[in-house]
Design a protein around this ligand. Sequence first.
Ligand SMILES: [Ca+2]
Ligand SMILES: [Ca+2]
Ligand SMILES: [Ca+2]
Length: 235
Amino acid sequence: MTNTNRFSKASPRIAACLALATMLLVASPSVQAGQITAWAWDPTGIASVALAGVPPIAAINNDDVAGISPNVLLVTQKAYFSIGPVDIEFTVAPSSGVTEYTIIEGVDNGTGIPWSSYRIELGFGVGASFTPSPSGDGLDFDATSFNSPPDFTGSGYFADVSESEDVLVAFDGIFPVGGFPSPEFRFNIDVPDGITSFTIRQQPIGVPEPTTALLTALGLTGIALATHRKKQANL
Ligand SMILES: [Ca+2]
Ligand SMILES: [Ca+2]
Ligand SMILES: [Ca+2]
């Protein structure tokens, strides 16, 4: 048998293998699609942020999963230098479904001011170009099922959280200066089909400085006393 004949006999098998490989290659992008492919923090903000890598998707199009999603993204540390917003922008590949993620993040208060609450908002763009995510666009904090409650109770800093479609506010407590919650903050987001990127904006709300309140009170008291003495002198 010549080499040519052997090739001719083997070619159907080779062709079948090539067809299977082609099918797998074509199928792979749809399996890998519908997921967050990258994320980055806006370095013009007022914090330093350490992000873990984006892991391979564990459960694509798993909207309405209860509790913690198998798709977990970890913000290793977000260290605030002062009070203000910090934006993290996500790159998204299109898909034919909605994928739910759990975000876990360590937050460090290096602002020198204790925080009375902590606000998280979904939107698009960063910095001055940030625009809030509208209601009903599919990008949300696990609406409408809300079956994956956010948790900001780490270290007892915040006892409650106000949960709505595009805004979370942790409150009822104090996040102290130098604090780092344990366990870390946790919340779920739904990432819809048809967008190429989105942003999570986060901002601590500082407790008003007691010295300012005290000085204001003392100032008002001083004005009242001076007015009283003036009235007494005119009598
Ligand atoms: Ca929305
Ligand atoms: Ca969901
Ligand atoms: Ca859920």
